[in-house]
Design a protein around this ligand. Structure first.
Ligand code: 1HN
Length: 347
């Protein structure tokens, strides 16, 4: 179902009356009330999984076929099969896989939508966010907040692929989506990012930062740090208790971006998580391991590199196979909360 509902005439009334309304740019509410406000939530997006082993060769083919100068961003978009070919993975979120080759640069721009990147494969690339160089290693999370300049470069020797998550469909609903012109990437102003020297221990923030004050003090979460924290958290939890870390802005403790949240979950071998549904939609990236998830009524099996989507208010349950698994997710929880629509339910 589309978010916009066309005005519907009341067929029981004289046509002349309906025509008069239309001439005055008026529409009867009573013909559409129950479409605008159905008795239950309606979600057009469907649960779906994209396999890394299907996607990877297509991405590498794109890297051969499409010069970066032409593409600017060489991305295959994950188009939810329920959304009629829209550039959207849920009605509010966008996801795509981006590939960059050694020596390439993707030019700099800034835009109103927020973005985050989760590195899937390869080393040696980096994203520059407002001059801050953020190395990209598998599992790293990097955010590019609204209107912050960003570009990508690659100093390594193998293709690098990452998952892009953006709030484009949501921002487009507000008719607020636009970007600056591209300009050539400039050399980064720093060779490090705040996760390497300013935010190195939980509960401590620097008195003064040497990085530009953009309102977003932390833009990169290295997987090495996140994985170690997950392992320690898991060690202190009884079997069956969920092991989840949320990515936060370390100065506020709040969400890393205005519209999008991110979490990572550690699954012990053979573990099944409690079923839960949330009013936020979520896009999952498998960082490690194998398993399957039930989303609504659909079972999706997965392994490292796969991406899958849980539309809002679908019950989600994860099961790891015979080794530990790590599931990253980004979601639209802060946007949903801002609208007073947040709810979550176990069972
Ligand atoms: C964008 O700016 C990037 O900067 C990637 O890498 C994907 C998809 C839609 C709009 C802007 C990037 C994007 C994007």
């Amino acid at each position: 179902m589309s978010a916009t509902v066309p005005a519907t005439r009341d067929a029981s009334l004289p046509a002349a009356y309906s025509e008069a309304l239309e001439r005055l740019s008026l529409a009867p509410l009573w013909t559409a009330l129950h479409v605008l406000l159905p008795a239950e939530r309606v979600t057009a997006a469907v649960p779906h999984r994209w396999r890394w082993r299907d996607l990877r060769p297509r991405l590498l083919e794109a890297a051969r076929l499409v010069p970066i100068e032409q593409a600017e961003r060489r991305v295959l978009v994950l188009a939810n099969p329920g959304l009629g070919g829209a550039y959207a993975i849920t009605s509010t979120l966008y996801a795509g896989l981006q590939v960059i080759l050694p020596g390439e640069t993707a030019p700099s721009h800034h835009h109103t939508p927020s973005a985050l990147r989760l590195v899937v494969e390869g080393r040696g690339a980096y994203t520059t966010v407002e001059g801050v160089k953020c190395p990209m290693e598998p599992g790293d999370l990097i955010i590019t907040p609204p209107m912050r300049w960003h570009d990508h470069g690659h100093e390594g020797t193998e293709p690098v692929v990452w998952l892009d998550g953006l709030d484009i469909p949501l921002v487009r609903h507000f008719e607020a989506s636009w970007a600056s012109r591209m300009r050539p990437a400039e050399p980064p102003l720093t060779d490090a990012d705040p996760s390497s020297d300013e935010f190195t221990a939980a509960g401590l923030v620097p008195g003064r930062s040497r990085y530009p004050d953009t309102g977003y003090p932390h833009v990169r979460w290295p997987w090495r740090t996140v994985r170690a924290a997950l392992e320690r958290l898991a060690a202190g939890r009884a079997a069956g208790e969920p092991v989840v870390l949320r990515y936060v802005n370390p100065r506020t403790g709040g969400f890393p971006l205005p519209t999008m949240g991110a979490e990572v979950q550690w699954l012990r071998p053979g573990e099944t998580t409690p079923r839960e549904r949330r009013t936020a939609g979520a896009v999952y990236q498998v960082i490690e391991g194998r398993g399957r998830s039930c989303v609504g009524e659909t079972w999706l099996d997965w392994e490292a590199g796969d991406t899958f989507v849980a539309p809002p208010w679908h019950r989600v349950e994860h099961q790891a196979a015979d080794a530990p698994a790590c599931l990253f997710q980004f979601n639209d929880e802060p946007a949903v909360r801002a609208l007073g629509l947040w709810d979550a339910e176990r069972g």
